[in-house]
Every structure is written in structure tokens, then in C-alpha cells.
Ligand binder design. Sequence first.
Ligand code: ACM
Ligand code: ZN
Length: 688
Amino acid sequence: MEKHIISNNIFRAICQILILFCPMSELQAQNIIPKPNNIVMGSGQFELNSQTKLYTNLKGQEKLLMDKYLQTLPFHFTTGKAKDKANVIKLLIEPLQTQNQEAYQLSVTPEEVIIKGNAGAGLFYGLQTMTQLGVSHTPSTMNIPCAIVNDEPRFVHRGYMLDVSRHFFDKNFIIKMLDILSFYKINTFHWHLVDTGGWRIQIDKYPKLTELAAYRSFSDLNDWWTDHNRFCKKDSIGAYGGFYTKQDIKEIVAYATAHHINIIPEIDMPGHSRDVLWAYPELACQDKNANNSNELCIGNEKTFRFCEDVLIEIMELFPSKYIHIGGDEANRNIWKDCSLCKKRMEEEHITKVADLQSYFTNRMEKFLAKHGRTMIGWDEILDGDISQNAVVMSWREEVDGGGEALRKGHRVIMSPTSHCYLDYYQDCPYFEPQGLLGYIPLKKVYNFEPMPTGNFDQSLVLGIQGNLWTEHVPTINNAEYKTFPRMQAIAEIGWTQPELKDYDNFRTRALSAMDYLKEKKNLHPFNLRTEIGPRMESLQPCTNLAKGKKVNYLAPYDPSFAGSKEATLTDGWLGDWNGNGDRWQGFVGNMDVVIDMETPTEIQAIGSSFLFVPTGGQYLPDSIEISISNDGKTYKTLKKISVTSDYSILFHIYTFAWAGQEKARYIRYHATKPITWGDILCDEIIIK
Ligand code: ACM
Ligand code: ZN
């Protein structure tokens, strides 16, 4: 150990002398994502060609993994020796000053490239940096500028989640994604394998899962909804879907392992299980309403046998220490009316259905722990007394952004909807393929800081993850478009120390990364060069007579779309493209508000805008009445507007206004809602 540290120090001293003699340029480093934590450019370059030798002191399994990875590269190395001094790349396991297993030290001189690491993962990441630093003129040659890099990640978990249930993505696509993700030092692929859109993995003990619930009658989820979400068999006319065989999974896991990516499989339970209940209806609750539910019956022991049997086969396929059991968004009310669930609650002295879910989750946690694995769940698993060993994936920022989990001493992976959901629009929705209501542009993702403030053990924050839910992701090209470049931003947050981050600098690197990926990897990313950016009207305050005036709510706003609560409609700010956040306010019922101008005021116009995203549950009012009063009791109607929505429109912001000449103290804006679910969303009442 001592000897290695001395040789490390000598290595650093030599590097420093070399640097003194080299004019430095940051230019070549512009391509590297995530930004290395320490890089010094030299002058000159190493020419990688068909005569380049490769020497490594890796042994055993790590050597096999490296060989497997090297075979995927376009370069053909001849075998080198430790004493080679020219045209050689050396991959050396040597203890670095840091203990981090993913750290590396890269030194490029015209004669040799030396990559050192504590483990194979570090050597792999050194190779990624080397490749990003280099410039290829032919596929099998590369000029690598002289440089010295000392680098290690900020977080242990740098993840990407793909939902393959709502839409299915085949083995080749998964392999392509793993290849690209590992290039950006992402080390975790969270595979959301099953959900209401279809079951996607062969399970020998329950063959009906893939026979009956891996294909559905429509690809498009809205069409499928109108067809009552029926599954069908593979050979049915128009069947859409698919699943991975065990052989597929083994190949993908092997590929991921060689690319230093751990795959965390997710089997979502006890909610999101429509697919399971279609194939095995006996696992549903004992109530007539349960037929169309998504929840497994927690009163029924068969449910536990099923979940455990499935997890056994999952653990056989996936070596991951972590297994994800979902746990999100269960409709717990379904358990209230089930005789078996009620019996379970009685027997276990459980009084709340939330605690029934934690009874279930605790059993799963213990089962996984007995098999040497650690359970991960979405942050709903905190709604009960769950073992501190469970890892929490924090997604609902409105429930304290990971804070509760940290206070309870859990390890946490930060993946908040506000910054890490890649299915949300990344640019002006008028010009984007369909996404989810919400606006998460690259800059917003990049500026996310995953370490919450507060007094807790920071090592509990394992890292960050970008999630691609695929309700609105029907094709491979669309998945690529929504993933990149936002996933590169996640990669940099996960790896690079925050003080080194700089959005403008990152954007330049992302542009060149997008060119590279399009040309060399046949990828279809979002076109960052033509990004439109935020809604213009939202960028400056909207000065008007109502600004700062009190709003009286004759009907309540929706707490889930509260905006800035009572201030929203008169704060002088119009909303951006996103319906959530602090600018738009939602109403589950009618919108009925009165603005108190404090004194009788000359008025020439009253108007307000509404966000229309019908597939996301954001509707237009069907009628609007604008009226005024001087005593706040009797109102004079100024205008009635009747609205007919065009439901073929995916996204639009509509304004409804009155113009004229009046004087009044109170202004009432009353909008009725045509549809029982969803919201009407308004950003501001503007009075001129
Ligand atoms: C989730 O987005 N339902 C975890
Ligand atoms: Zn039940």
C-alpha cells in the first residue's frame, strides 16, 4: 500500500513537470461530459492506431469484463507489456489517494496513455474520458490530446429509469441506451419492467403474465382507454406489446455489467398492477369495485406468495444489491371494502389503510433482506413504519423533497418530478411532440442541486436519477429525443462537484455531444440549437391594476395546483409552459373569484388566460361570466362567454376578456368547468 502511494506521488510529480513544459488549452476538454473534477491540458497528442498496444494488470472477472467491453469498441489493440514505452495504453489497478472505486487518473502523453484506478470501474471511466477527449478521423483511429485528469464521482448513484410497460422497448434499444449512458458515466439503469400498460418479463411460475398481459389491443394509451384497457394475446389482430425472455435479460445484464451499469429491476406493487390482475384476477380484492382496480389484495396470502415467487425469479436474473418494489400511487381506498383486507387489518390491529400498505411493504422488505438484497421504494413507502434499511426514491417534491426520509435515517435517491422527469416538455409545447404537462428544460434540470439543506448525514443521499415514463413516448426516436440531452445534465450533476458546474459551459459541451451522438450513434436527441425557451410573457412582470390586490375565493382552488396560493392570480406574473409550479392555479370545480380593488376604479379591460392540455387533465371552462359590483353584493354582468373546446388540440393557452369603460370596486370572474375530473388552470386576472 505504502509503495503504491509513493509511486502515485511520483506519477503526480512527473505529470506536474510535464505540464510546466506544455502550453495549455481548455479547448479539447470541451467535449467531456460529465465535466472532470480536475483536468489539465498539455500540448501534443497520442495517436491511437492499428499498432497501438494495450496492457492491463487487471485480473480475473474484472479482466474478463474489460475484455468484453474492449471488444465493443472500434479499435483493435494488440497485446502490450508492462515495459512497453511507446504507442501503448496501460490500464493499471493501483491504489489512488482516494478510496473511491469509480475514481481514475488519466495521463496522456505522445508516447502512452496511462489510466489508473482502484478498480475496473475507474479504468472504464478513464477510458470514457479518453474517448471523449479524442478526435477520430476514421472509426478505428483517434488523436488524443495530452492531458492529465484526476477524477472521481460526487455520488454513488447516477441513474436513468425507463418505463417499458406503457410502451415497450426491445432488447437492441436497451443495449443502445446502456452503451450511451455508460459513456456519460451513468452507473445505474432502473428498469421499470411492469405496470398497468403491460407485463414485460418472463416469469416461469406465472406464465399467464406474459401470455395474457404483455400485449394490448392498442398502442396509444388513450385509444386503449376507450377500449377499456383490455389485454390480448400476441397473435391477436393489432396486438401491441412484447416482453423480455430470460435469455434477453441475461444478455442485457451481461452487457450492462461490462459497461459498469447496475440494473435495478422494479416490480411495482401493490398498486399499478392492472396487468397482474388481468392474468391472475384471484389476486384482486373481494369487492365488486375491485374488478377494475390496479391494486393487489393485501388480505390474501396468495398475493404474498405471488410477489415472493416473482421476486425469487427476479433475483435469479439480476445480481443487483437493490431491488425496487415500486409502492407508488396505490389507491388505498380499494382495501377498505374488501373482506379479506378488513380481516387482515383486524388481525394485525391496523386502523388505517396506509398502514395496511406498510404491512405489505415491510413483509417484502424482510423477504428481500432474507435473500441478501436491499429494498428500494418510491417515497410512499414512508407512509408507515418501514425498516431504516429500505432506500427511498424521492419523487414528490411537495412531500418535502427527500427531507422526511433523511430525517428518518433512510438512504435516499433524489428524483423529483420538478427536475428529473424526462417525459415533461423540454421546450415550448406548441412545437414539441406530446409530453406531460410541465416544462423542464435542460437548464432547469442542470441547475438542480440534489443535496437538500438541513441537518442530516449527507452520505445518506446516494445520488440522482432521471426518469422516463412512457405514457407519451410511443417510439424509440421519441424516447431518445426526450432523454437527451437532459440525461447528460443528470450525469453531470451526479458526477461533478457543484462548484465546477456552469450552465453555459455545459450547453456548449452538450451541443457537441449531440452532434457526436447523431453522427456516431444514430441517436435522435432534442435539437438544442433551435430551443425556443420559456414563454415570453412569463419573463417580465405584467403590470396591471389588479396587481397585489386581494382575491376572495367563492370556490376553493385545488391544493395540488395551488400556484402561489392566494397571491397567484394577482401577483403580476403570467405562467410559463408548465401548469405546475407557482404561476398557474387549478380549480377542480368551478373558478369563482372576486378581486377587491379597494376603491371604485376606472376599468377598461378584464381578462385572464387558461392552460388547455386535455390529455393531461387541464381543461377550458365551458362558460365564463365577468361582472362588477360596488358593494360586493349586487353584480352587473359585463360579459358572458360560452366556450367549446376542440379536444384534438394538444396544448394551447387561451385568453378570455372583456373590454369597455366602467367604474367598480369589486370584479368577479366566474368560470364553470365542463368535465368532472382534472382542473381548469388560470395564471392571472389582468385588469387595465
Ligand atoms: C411515480 O412517478 N409514480 C413514481
Ligand atoms: Zn383485499
